[in-house]
Design a protein around this ligand. Structure first.
Ligand code: HEC
Ligand code: HEC
Length: 290
């Protein structure tokens, strides 16, 4: 189709010469503001390419005159964050557990840090919120403690573990296996009934006298006269409704015949000392701290 540029009568502008079925196209120039912005962008992009990393060249790239890189920026930000955390970490290092608890800023920092370390190191055994697990992994969010619920006692347990033989300061106590001839089968039945009576669940019609006598001689040294537990020895309370290995009659009896013993690894030495402190603060704050 021949193109013919002509003047449009109505607007006084040229046409482009394109025509479709009698409809002609006006040649309207781009608005000035748009053109200037466009030129400015080109100038800016050239400047940017000169100053900043821009053009890929095989395995490398043009580095730019300013020497900026996003990797350096992240490195600086991390160093910055470390430095700011450092203040708090030093605070946690230097303060005693009681002092940390009394200082609301340090306490908040320690509690958060402890929560993160707990998720990484403890949740697999003790549950994500310290709610415990079947099979001897105790609840940490209640106020029943095998080894004690003060800040220092919790710290000691975390740092040195339980029944971890390589650790000289580990928590340690073993219940004798009464099924190995220490008690006759009948006596084991009797003391089992007596243990159940401590939490108000004695079998109907059971004679508790003989079991009470056996308990006083054999068991009270570790579990307390009334079964209230002795935290210094890790002898759990037998008079509450909380059981490591189950509170049914056959479960209690099985523990007396051939006891199970929980083992927990020590975290002192494995984690930074500040982290162990933060864990103690966190566990103590779960609800059951004493
Ligand atoms: C491999 C499993 C395991 C891991 C991991 C573990 N624990 Fe334990 N923890 C146990 C067991 C089992 C006991 C009970 C020991 C006993 O029967 O005396 C226990 C006991 C405790 C106690 C004493 C509870 C009481 O009633 O006195 C505290 C506190 C504790 N753990 C905290 C922690 C913290 C904090 C971590 C993480 C840094 C952790 N545990 C990691 C298995 C574990
Ligand atoms: C030398 C100390 C010691 C003596 C003596 C002892 N126990 Fe224990 N007993 C323990 C310890 C420690 C545990 C906890 C094991 C653990 O934490 O894994 C325990 C656990 C138990 C449990 C399980 C508690 C639970 O929460 O599931 C029962 C039941 C029990 N003992 C009954 C007895 C009876 C009954 C006697 C006496 C015939 C007795 N114990 C004598 C140290 C002792």
């Amino acid at each position: 189709m021949p193109t013919k540029i002509e003047k449009d009568r109505l607007t006084g502008k040229d046409t482009t010469g394109h025509e479709w079925d009698g409809i002609k196209e006006l040649n309207t120039p781009l608005p000035k503001w748009w053109l200037y912005v466009f030129y400015a962008c080109i100038v800016w992009s050239i400047g940017y390419m000169v100053l900043y990393p821009a053009i890929p060249l095989g395995t490398t790239y043009t580095k730019g005159l300013l020497g900026w890189s996003s990797r350096d920026q992240v490195r600086d930000q991390i160093a910055d964050a470390r430095e700011r955390q450092g203040e708090f970490l030093v605070g946690v290092q230097e303060a005693s557990l009681e002092e940390i608890r009394a200082d609301s800023t340090l306490f908040t920092f320690a509690q958060r840090g402890g929560a993160i370390a707990f998720a990484d190191n403890c949740a697999a055994c003790h549950g994500a919120a310290g709610q415990g697990n079947d099979g001897g992994f105790p609840v940490l969010a209640d106020d029943a403690w095998i080894w004690g619920g003060s800040l220092d006692a919790i710290h000691q347990t975390i740092a040195h573990g339980v029944r971890w033989e390589e650790n000289p300061e580990t928590r340690f106590n073993m219940m004798p296996a009464y099924g190995d001839g220490l008690l006759a089968p009948e006596e084991i039945e009797q003391v089992t009934d007596y243990v159940l009576s401590l939490s108000g669940r004695a079998p109907e019609g059971a004679d508790l006298e003989p079991g009470a006598e056996i308990y006083a001689i054999q068991c009270s040294a570790c579990h307390g006269e009334q079964g209230e537990g002795i935290t210094d020895l890790g002898g759990p309370n037998l008079s509450d409704a909380i059981w490591l290995y189950g509170g049914e009659r056959d479960e209690v009896l099985a523990q007396i015949v051939n006891p199970q013993h929980g083992v927990m690894p020590p975290f002192g030495g494995r984690l930074e000392s500040e982290t162990v402190k933060m864990l103690a603060i966190y566990v103590h704050s779960l609800g059951g701290g004493q």
